[in-house]
Ligand binder design. Sequence first.
Ligand code: PLP
Length: 378
Amino acid sequence: MPKTKLLQQLARKHGTPLFIVDHDALRRNFAEFRRWLPRVQAYYAVKANPDPAIVRTFYEAGTSFDVASIGEFRLVYEHIKRLSPKARQDFIWDKIIYANPIKDTATLEELDRYKPLVTYDNLAEIGKIRRHAPHAGLALRIRVPNTGSMVELSSKFGAAPGEAVDLIAAAFDAGLSVEGLCFHVGSQCTNFNNYVQSLNMSAQVIEEAAGRGYRLKLLDIGGGFPAPYDGSVRRFRELARILNAELRRLFPKEIEIIAEPGRFLVATAATLVAEVIGKAERDGKRCYYLNDGLYHTFSGVLFDHCQYHIKAFKRGHDQLSAVFGPTCDALDTICQSEPLPDLDLGDLVYSEDIGAYTHASSTWFNGFPPAKVVHIST
Ligand SMILES: *Cc1c(COP(=O)(O)O)cnc(C)c1O
């Protein structure tokens, strides 16, 4: 069945707004990641889309998970328990990394009994982990260039390269064990040089640490792998080729390499179908009002700096139109000039590649609920 027919059929059956997740696309994205980066174990960054059905599909396909809150940890841990009841305690590092460098004490206390792998990037955190999660293993987050990434993270997290080895020493002095390093090049990183620089910085820190007697075993190259939102994004295999060459050159086989892809695994696996619920002409511009908007599935426009295209099922002469969400707030503007044909009330529209950082940050603002989710396999 052509994709547009299927979308319309699902929307008729389930109503709109409808967030449609294609689990074959999830599996294809992970297969692509694994095919081109065979040395790197993927820890799916749950915050990109924490739908339990997505967690389950990835678990069955063989991913591990990056969680960043106690809620995400419980969600993933419960799945692992249910799907692999015989999972051993030491198996947890292979399956979950707690990758938020800042953790409150209640979170650390709950995590401690699992002997988790957690990240950190400062002295205060070492003190907290020593008191509240002494059984944790640590990975030091270092600050790396985020130049040109769609979402910048380096202003919030990461130890400066010059203080890295001192922070490793401080953790060992506190009786903790540092397993390795991690970094994040910024989300939707299309400047592949960020990865190259980060890998070289990591190799230097690992070498310097070894010189002071601290042997690190793990390198976590984070997320940032770009989703192919448009033709300007270079292909994943090109990035993989660069990464593989640098990994081979800089890190001996004994160093385990992991990554935390979020967007790359889920962005292209979901499509939203919404309905035109209002129509007006303002200052000569055609305006459409949809039953989904910036406080809901299009929240990525604001939080993720991502622009989604609205497409019509109907054909006709396109005219640049403004598209708004359903709430009473003018911020609830999806786009100012989208080429759309003349649509009628009740017509459906759709947005592709909308799986990452969208439904995950949807709110109930103004009494409008998040879009309904359906899961399909094509
Ligand atoms: C958000 C986040 C990720 C996922 O990033 P993507 O760009 O979606 O791949 C991975 N690791 C950490 C620590 C994050 O904060």
